[in-house]
Design a protein around this ligand. Structure first.
Ligand code: ATP
Ligand code: ZN
Length: 225
């Protein structure tokens, strides 16, 4: 693959971070049109290409140097970093700054009828999650043994379906937990969206453009505070 001299930025294609990610870039003066069928959107006024992908793919694309920047939930970034640590692989990216959207928490939750006293109440249980690394790190810190039930979606229905005793999932308002007869017991990670940069070699021109975008982001976020 030839080295592009256009700056590549990965954003979530469709989901909770998509609209805000595009809004942020546009408010920094990056003009682009999205064609729903296309993976890549070229900016009309700056040497920037937007790569629209699943959020889970963004940390890897940045760390592998396929793209220069990514906008991603800290939860997904941290999960990938812990996984890379476990595999003894370097985590080649830096967090440039936190953003003011995508705020949520990764929490443990159990069925309403479950008598929860403290984290030790989870000893020996099976826990459904899409974040096995963050869950493992927390349970290790607490010295609790448990079993995994790895699910990429529908985590909140796992206890009712008899697949798990509890869950470890993202929560913002708590409405989904309530609708599924669950209650939150421990917050294990607090998250918001963030912008990350690959540590792979950048050309000076690309770095200058990154610096310009970051300074505009700082201005946009500060103006809202
Ligand atoms: P994709 O199809 O890109 O894999 P997804 O279903 O994994 O999408 P979304 O549900 O769109 O992901 O969530 C994207 C990110 O939004 C989460 O990783 C998290 O950082 C943030 N977020 C904020 N609030 C919530 C919430 N209540 N539930 C889930 N994610 C939330
Ligand atoms: Zn995802």
């Amino acid at each position: 693959m030839s080295e592009s001299n256009r700056l590549r930025i990965a954003i979530q294609k469709s989901g909770r971070l998509s609209k805000e990610s595009m809004k942020l870039l546009r408010s920094c003066g990056v003009k682009f049109n999205i064609n729903e069928q296309r993976l890549i959107a070229h900016s009309d006024n700056l040497p920037i290409d937007l790569l629209r992908v699943r959020d889970d793919d963004i940390p890897g694309l940045v760390m592998d140097g396929v793209v220069d920047l990514g906008i991603i939930g800290e939860n997904v970034l941290e999960e990938e970093q812990v996984e890379r640590e476990r595999l003894d692989k370097p985590s080649l990216c830096i967090k440039l700054r936190e953003l003011d959207f995508g705020t949520c928490r990764l929490s443990l939750a159990v069925p309403n009828e479950f008598r929860y006293e403290n984290a030790q109440s989870l000893e020996g249980l099976r826990i459904a999650t899409s974040y096995p690394n963050l869950l493992r790190r927390y349970m290790k810190q607490k010295g609790i043994t448990y079993s995994d039930c790895m699910l990429k979606g529908s985590v909140e229905v796992a206890p009712r379906a008899g697949l798990a005793d509890g869950i470890c999932d993202l929560v913002s308002t708590g409405a989904t937990l309530e609708a599924n007869g669950l209650y939150e017991t421990e917050v294990i990670y607090r998250s918001s969206a963030c912008i990350i940069q690959s540590t792979q070699t950048q050309t000076p021109a690309k770095q200058a453009l990154i610096d310009k975008i970051l300074s505009r982001i700082n201005g946009v976020v500060r103006a809202k505070e």
